[in-house]
Design a protein around this ligand. Structure first.
Ligand code: NAD
Ligand code: TYD
Length: 355
């Protein structure tokens, strides 16, 4: 079986659901259930004996040691992290705690477990660390896209903490021989994304007739990838990636934030004309920029295509269509995850982003 960490969050839950749809290998899912983790994300797996959920922290050695001993997973896929840049600006401490110290503790537990395995199990074992393109910093308009050889230059507490974790993973391979793989992916979107991130936030606000906050002038660029494509890339890297290597994953879908928001508004106009405010684009509100806001991200995904034959299967248009449809069909989920703590976050964050 495999051990997934952070599998109640956005990408982790999509990964676990896809994994058990594509095959039959069981999953142990370790998640702390922070504000971003939600057992409702795993509802399709209720009663499925192939999925074992354990609430716990990747930084808790006793918990991780016990899981490794009990389940002897052949691979670990590490999604667990604090993941939102704006939250890292408001409170970086938890990012250091989970992304740096937590990953370190997890690596220590895995190293202890792996080093006493028989040689054949050691050789087959994999630790796949899921990371981000944000570790590479920010591109100018004419710069080439990030490749695996681009030097790290993280700019936010979030990206710095992810960069630190990537370095630890690399060092555990170089020093101890732990069979690691690292993936650096661009911005994801799709079902189950918490409505603090741009795409689900815009859908959620637009349906309620609330302003759609665009930081700065909306010309910052991200390279968008549908979450299902990220999951298929991770499965492929786990299956055939070369140990010790990193693989960049991206969708070749560079868009300005304004283009993304306009595309969402146009799709919502078509799909949901009964919204309180129409057209949805009339809700666009330019607000004070994010401090240190990275200008542009773009991924050169030629290595994973060349070595592993992976390419994304969704275009931006098809992925956005699926995503909008999912949010319209899952308003109960949205209502559930946006009650309570979410409201405090929205008022704290957007107080710093006046129009
Ligand atoms: P998310 O915030 O939606 O989910 C993170 C999950 O990790 C949550 O379920 C949370 O409860 C859990 N978690 C947090 N701290 C934990 C801890 N100490 N121990 C155990 N579990 C803990 O994040 P996401 O968007 O699904 O991102 C998953 C991973 O992918 C992260 O490592 C992130 O850096 C990376 N990534 C995300 C994107 C993106 O666009 N969302 C892009 C590239 C890479
Ligand atoms: P986000 O989804 O937070 O991802 P990241 O910062 O990791 O790229 O933001 C995506 C882009 O959208 C980023 O350039 C910041 C911008 N943004 C807004 O303009 N308004 C918002 O309310 C949010 C949350 C993000």
């Amino acid at each position: 079986m495999i051990l997934v960490t952070g599998g109640a969050g956005f990408i982790g839950a999509n990964f676990v659901i896809d994994w058990l749809t594509e095959g039959n290998e069981p999953v142990v899912n370790l998640d702390k259930l922070t504000y971003a983790g939600n057992l409702e994300n795993l509802r399709p797996l209720q009663g499925d004996a192939r999925h074992v959920f354990v609430q716990g922290d990747i930084g808790d050695r006793a918990v991780v040691d016990a899981l490794l001993q009990q389940y002897r997973p052949r691979a670990i896929i590490n999604f667990a992290a604090e993941s939102h840049v704006d939250r890292s600006i408001h409170g970086p401490a938890e990012f250091i705690q989970t992304n740096v110290v937590g990953t370190f503790q997890l690596l220590e537990a895995v190293r202890a477990h792996w080093s006493q395995l028989p040689a054949d199990e050691q050789a087959a074992f994999r630790f796949l660390h899921v990371s981000t393109d944000e570790v590479y910093g920010s591109l100018g308009a004419a710069d080439p896209a990030f490749s695996e050889a681009t030097p790290y230059a993280p700019n936010s507490p979030y990206s710095a903490s992810k960069a630190a974790s990537d370095h630890l993973v690399r060092a555990y391979h170089h020093t101890y021989g732990l069979p690691v793989l690292t993936t650096n992916c661009s911005n994801n979107y799709g079902p189950l994304q918490f409505p603090e991130k741009l795409i689900p936030l815009v859908i959620h606000n637009a349906l309620a007739g609330r302003p759609l906050p665009i930081y700065g002038d909306g010309s910052n660029v991200r390279d968008w990838l549908y979450v299902g494509d990220h999951c298929s890339a991770i499965r492929r890297v786990l299956e055939a990636g070369r140990v010790g290597e990193t693989y960049n994953i991206g969708g070749c879908n560079e868009k300005t934030n304004l283009e993304v928001v306009n595309a969402l508004c146009a799709m919502l106009d078509e799909r949901h004309p009964e919204s309180p405010v129409m057209p949805h684009a009339s809700l666009i509100a330019f607000v004070k920029d994010r401090p240190g806001h990275d200008r542009r991200y773009a991924i050169d995904a030629r290595k994973i295509e060349r070595e592993l034959g992976w390419v994304p299967s969704e275009t931006f248009e098809s992925g956005i269509r699926k995503t909008v449809a999912w949010y319209l069909d899952n308003q109960d989920w949205v209502a559930h995850v946006t009650s309570g703590e979410y409201r405090n976050w929205v008022s704290r964050n957007y107080a710093d982003h006046p129009a």
